[in-house]
Design a protein around this ligand. Structure first.
Ligand code: SAH
Ligand code: SF4
Length: 391
């Protein structure tokens, strides 16, 4: 049986979006299709219209329906009546002496998150937040001291990438090819505020939008998702996103990891390593990055380095040593440079690349683990922080 012939009559709305105009930013291709059909676009034309609107929004960075010149005027008016193309608001932008840019971003409800752009030789990385605050309470992490938590929508996650491209002036000129080489914003790390795997669907949808070849078109190997170790979602990350994986490892015994990364009490080191062994096979991807924050006298001994080497056996891995970044009230100190170098040497002698991460944007509190909404008032006390760190 043939599908009934429908006409592309966009003046007769069918399913009107409820509750005012819908923001198109963050809708998956399927959701965008449904939205367009909902305002009267025919099934037959839906695919083409999705492609057109998609390219305007994600390839050209257009925010005004009137600029979508390959769409009929009437259709543009319909779109403007029912939809918006909106990014979260940039409340402030700070630029570090090393060129790092930190954006304070306001999302619906007045909540704030931070997004950090880190320029490097030949590439530029955007550190994207996935939640306001974090439900987890890693004792060395500033974000973990923030009580208020909400998941970001897919639109708010993609929106961070788009607002950074706005600021960098990186949308292509009309007529230019969609060429991802030589971009200022060439890589994304999901290492801002929040635990991305506790907001899996929205992070996945946002990354699929970012990877889509007819839009921002960043390849899956240019995206790294960092997790504290939400084991059940690791395999889903491989299957449904396929990006690179980083894991906040930070300790070599369950006893210490329980204190530093409390999710370890739920999924311990052995369980986490089992999941990680499967990850590269599932994605046909590259090495997993083990993030390891260097805390003076806590996890930085030679014995730790040697245990780490044993634990990594059989996993294609590299280790990223992160000198601890201090924040007001933090219950730890950064390991000395000599200690960090000695730790790195043991890893390197065992054949693991183990770069020491240079803190970026420290002068504007943009470095790893320093992010926290400036307006967040319900801060934990020093005593509470110390108690959670088991001190
Ligand atoms: N929630 C995710 C992603 C965000 S944190 C995760 O935990 O993996 C990004 C990285 O910064 C993590 O490896 C985290 O452990 C690390 N980090 C947190 N606080 C830090 C601090 N004060 N100094 C250095 N690194 C820190
Ligand atoms: Fe959350 Fe990651 Fe910070 Fe832990 S390190 S509190 S998981 S943001």
């Amino acid at each position: 049986m043939h599908a009934p012939v429908t006409q592309d009559v966009h003046t007769i709305p069918r399913r009107l979006p409820e509750g005012g105009p819908v923001n198109l930013v963050g809708l998956t291709r399927d959701a965008l299709r449904d939205a367009l059909v909902g305002i009267g676009v025919s099934e037959k034309q839906a695919k083409m219209r999705v492609n057109q609107v998609w390219q305007w929004v994600y390839h050209w960075g257009v925010r005004d329906f009137d600029a979508m010149t390959n769409l009929a005027k009437g259709f543009r008016a319909d779109l403007a009546e029912h939809f918006t193309i909106e990014l979260p608001e940039v409340v402030s932008r700070q630029v570090s002496s090393d060129g790092t840019r930190k954006y304070l971003v306001r999302i619906a409800g007045g909540h704030e998150v931070e997004t950090v752009y880190i320029p490097e030789e030949g590439r530029g990385t955007l550190c994207v937040s996935s939640q306001v605050g974090c439900t987890l309470t890693c004792s060395f992490c500033h974000t973990g001291t923030q009580r208020l938590v909400r998941n970001l929508t897919a639109g708010e996650i993609v929106g961070q990438v788009m607002l950074a491209r706005d600021d960098l002036g990186e949308w292509p000129e009309r007529g230019a090819a969609n060429d991802p080489t030589g971009r200022l914003l060439s890589n994304i790390v999901l290492m801002g505020m929040g635990e991305p795997l506790y907001n899996f669907e929205n992070v996945r949808d946002a990354m699929r939008i970012v990877m889509d070849g007819e839009g921002i078109a960043l390849g899956r190997r240019r995206i790294t998702l960092s997790t504290s170790g939400v084991v059940p979602e690791i395999v889903r990350t491989a299957e449904e996103i396929g990006c690179l994986l980083a894991v906040s490892f930070h300790a070599t015994t369950d006893e210490v990891r329980d204190r530093l990364v409390p999710i370890n009490k739920r999924w311990n080191i052995a369980t986490l390593l089992d999941a990680l062994r499967e990850y590269p096979k599932a994605t046909n991807s590259e090495r997993i990055t083990f993030e390891y924050v260097m805390l003076d006298g806590v996890n930085d001994s030679d014995a730790d380095a040697r245990r780490l080497v044993e634990l990594l056996d059989g996993i294609p891995a590299k280790v990223n040593l992160i000198p601890f970044n201090e924040w007001p009230g933090a219950p730890y100190r950064r390991s000395s440079n000599n200690r960090i170098r000695a730790f790195a040497t043991i890893l390197m002698q065992a054949g693991y690349a183990s770069p020491i991460r240079t803190p970026r944007g420290e002068d504007i509190m943009a470095a790893c683990g320093q992010l926290k909404s400036a307006t967040e008032r319900a801060r934990k006390s020093r005593a509470q922080i110390a108690a959670e760190a088991g001190l």
